[in-house]
Structures are given as structure tokens and as C-alpha cells.
Design a protein around this ligand. Structure first.
Ligand SMILES: NC(=O)c1ccc[n+]([C@@H]2O[C@H](COP(=O)([O-])OP(=O)(O)OC[C@H]3O[C@@H](n4cnc5c(N)ncnc54)[C@H](OP(=O)(O)O)[C@@H]3O)[C@@H](O)[C@H]2O)c1
Length: 263
């Protein structure tokens, strides 16, 4: 069944930054099942071999040129490319959905600054399930305030950044929910003599195969354990989330939004 945008007159024109990547291609495929949206262009890096190949959508290498011909840009490129893509959207006044992970301080600051002028949605995980998990986590932590907390994530062998952006988002929620706990720190894997400290958040990244994304949060006390997990069964989950966010954000005033705002 075709998804609907609620906008019936003109199709919503979407541009995909990172159009030739795994997520970019998945979003383009998913859009074919959505009524009322149209992929009008893709952004690729200058010199990309895709420019010489037969691709179904117009390809751009200049973020401003792409932003100028669409109603909304979905950025699923790379952390290095994102600041330029955000700047292109800002210059054109085009709303932006950014799903890129591994952004550094500069990348995050660029998003925050652009959000004073255009609507920006930043989601390190575009799925509904992870938004629900982020919402639920503080309640579990409040119920087990003394629990040791560990995060385990697994992704396909081609994933560039570690830990995943989702794991970072989960850790941020944990740190915030237990703000009164002194000396909270994230420990990335363990090796050698490494006894666990009470305020540690263990972070473990597994890489291999074709896994679209799996996250488990473990809360362990001396007497019981809670394991709460999420598994994306395919990238389609994130692609549909990106399209849902794109349809939503074009109706919002400037500001920095999260996936929870869409839901
Ligand atoms: N938020 C979510 O739910 C979610 C879900 C999955 C993935 N992600 C994130 O989305 C991003 C992309 O993931 P992926 O698996 O699709 O990676 P990918 O397959 O490596 O795709 C990234 C694409 O960006 C392109 N690119 C590089 N520089 C560019 C530039 N200057 N302008 C435009 N495009 C450029 C790359 O092209 P070249 O190969 O030619 O350099 C590549 O096609 C990652 O940050 C990933 O963590 C987010």
C-alpha cells in the first residue's frame, strides 16, 4: 500500500545528499512506495564515478544547487560532507533532515547554527523503535538506580564510525538520566585488568556481515538483569523514517528537531 504525505497537490520535491550510498539508494527505492513525494535530485562528491553512469535522478556536486531545486534535503552522506550540505540548505532556505552519524563538534555546531534560520531535524537513528527506546530508558534507569549499564551494538562490516550514533544517543540519555551519579564515564571495550567501576557505561561495538543495526542496553544489578534491544531488520526502516521526517519538517518553523518530535 502506498504511503501518503497528506500533501495532495504538488509532490514534495526531495533531494538526497549521499544519493549513491547504501542509505541514499534505499531512500530512493522507498520513495517509490510513497504517494506525494518525488526524488528530484541527488548530491554526490565531486569526481564521483556516479556522475559518468546512468543514474535515474539528476546528480549535483554543489549542495546549494541541489537545495535550490527541492523542498527538503535528506542528508545521508558522510560526517565530512555534512557541514557543506547544511550550509547549502541554509543558503537556500531549504529544510533539512540529517541522519549522518559520527559528526564532530564542528558538524553539530553547524546544524545548531543553521537551525536558527531553517528547520533542521537531526536523528542518528531514524527508526520509530529507537525513538521509543530513548523515551523508555530513563524510566528503567529510575527503577534500577544501582544497575551497571552496558551498551552493545552490531553493524555491517562497511560501517565507518564506531560506536554507532545510536549507541552514542543511548549513552547521552543514560548520562542525563543519572546526572547525580559522580564520575560517569564511557568505557569503550575492556582489555587486560579492567575491573568495572560503578559509574561506568560500557560501550561495545561489533562489526561484521550485513547487519542493518542492532542495539542492546543491559541493566545489571546483583540480583537481576534487564536487556532491552532493538534490531533493524533492514535499512528500509530508516529510509521510511527519513521520508516521514522529510514530509513533517517542511511544515515546521526554523528550529532543531529530533525524531521524537515527528512521532
Ligand atoms: N540515522 C539513521 O537512521 C541512519 C541509518 C543508517 C545509516 N546512517 C548514517 O548515514 C550515513 C551514510 O550511511 P551509508 O551506509 O549509506 O554509507 P555509504 O554507503 O558509505 O554512503 C555515503 C555516501 O555519501 C557519499 N559522499 C561522500 N562525500 C560526499 C559529498 N561531499 N557529497 C555528497 N555525497 C558524498 C559517498 O560517496 P562516495 O562513496 O563516492 O564517496 C557515499 O555514496 C552514515 O553516517 C551512517 O552512519 C544513519
Amino acid at each position: 500500500m502506498a504511503r501518503t504525505t497528506g500533501i495532495q497537490s504538488e509532490p514534495l520535491r526531495i533531494g538526497i545528499a549521499g544519493a549513491t550510498g547504501r542509505m541514499g539508494r534505499e531512500i530512493a527505492t522507498a520513495a517509490q512506495s510513497w504517494a506525494g513525494v518525488e526524488i528530484r535530485g541527488g548530491l554526490v562528491r565531486p569526481g564521483s564515478p556516479a556522475l559518468d553512469s546512468d543514474v535515474a535522478i539528476p546528480l549535483f556536486t554543489d549542495p546549494v544547487a541541489l537545495s535550490a531545486v527541492v523542498d527538503v534535503v535528506i542528508d545521508v552522506s558522510t560526517a565530512a560532507a555534512t557541514p557543506g550540505i547544511v550550509e547549502g540548505a541554509r543558503q537556500s532556505g531549504t529544510p533539512l533532515v540529517c541522519g549522518v552519524t559520527g559528526l564532530d563538534g564542528h558538524g553539530r555546531a553547524t546544524l545548531e547554527s543553521a537551525a536558527t534560520e531553517i528547520p533542521v531535524l537531526y536523528a542518528r537513528n531514524l527508526s520509530t523503535g529507537i525513538a521509543a527506546l530513548l523515551d523508555l530508558l530513563p524510566r528503567l534507569l529510575a527503577a534500577l538506580p544501582d544497575a551497571d549499564v552496558e551498551i552493545v551494538e552490531m553493524h555491517h562490516r562497511g560501517k565507518k564510525d564506531a560506536p554507532s550514533g545510536t549507541a552514542e544517543a543511548l549513552a547521552e540519555v543514560i548520562v542525563q538520566a543519572r546526572a547525580e551519579l559522580d564520575g560517569q564515564r564511557i568505557v569503550y571495550g575492556r582489555q587486560g585488568v579492567a575491573p568495572r567501576q560503578p559509574s561506568e557505561i560500557g560501550m561495545h561495538s561489533l562489526r561484521g556481515g550485513a547487519n542493518s543495526g542492532e542495539h542492546t542496553v543491559l541493566l545489571a544489578t546483583g540480583g537481576e538483569e534487564i536487556r532491552i534491544g532493538h534490531r533493524a531488520l533492514s535499512r528500509r526502516t530508516f529510509a521510511d523514517g527519513a521520508l516521514r521526517a522529510a514530509v513533517w519538517i517542511v511544515r515546521q518553523p526554523p528550529g532543531l528537531y529530533a525524531m521524537a518530535d515527528v512521532l
